[in-house]
Design a protein around this ligand. Structure first.
Ligand code: CA
Length: 177
């Protein structure tokens, strides 16, 4: 059954919301292959990638702790060659009954690149699991500041965007000192 009226979108599609925001790096290399299962988080982190941020909670309501993890490539820390625009990967790992984790989802569009935040630097402000929902916050800008909060919930086999707040402010005159 195809429901074109669906107003909450599966993760792969909805993340276009973010992609339409401050320029994400143009498609460069293919994202690395991620193991489908592993005993611990490090089994899902490809060689030359590192964990940038992680959160734990129960996303699929099976009482087993799940992980949301942002990983970055070694390229990101190199200022030359557009490293600050290297894509980051969001991994969602569901805790397995037998121990370890299974990869439930991954996205290279959910997380803005290190250099995508303007003068405020790295725009990734928060990754958390709150009341069973995945929360991602970005913040950045220069003369105009912007922020995005995305809340994702796992439902019916998909991650659905249940909440999106965008904010933008233009600062007034500088305060007197
Ligand atoms: Ca779980």
């Amino acid at each position: 059954m195809i429901n074109v009226e669906r107003w909450i979108w599966p993760v792969g599609i909805a993340l276009a919301v973010l992609a339409a925001q401050p320029a994400q790096a143009a498609d460069q290399a293919k994202p690395p292959a991620i193991h489908k299962t592993g005993k611990s988080l490090k089994d899902f982190v490809p060689a030359s990638w590192a964990i940038l941020m992680q959160a734990q909670g129960d996303l699929n309501k099976d009482s087993l702790p799940d992980l949301a993890v942002v990983i970055k490539s070694a390229a990101e820390d190199k200022d030359e060659g557009g490293g600050a625009e290297a894509p980051r990967l969001l991994l969602i790992l569901f805790g397995a009954k037998s121990g370890g984790y299974a990869l439930a989802a991954s996205s290279e569009k959910a997380i803005l690149c290190k250099g995508c935040g303007g003068v405020f630097g790295d725009p990734l402000a928060k990754l958390d699991i709150e009341r069973g929902a995945l929360v991602i916050e970005h913040y950045g800008g220069s003369s105009e500041r912007w922020g995005y909060t995305h809340r994702w919930r796992y439902q019916g086999g998909d991650f659905l965007l249940i909440w999106l707040t965008r904010g933008a402010t233009t600062p007034g005159p500088a305060p007197r000192r």
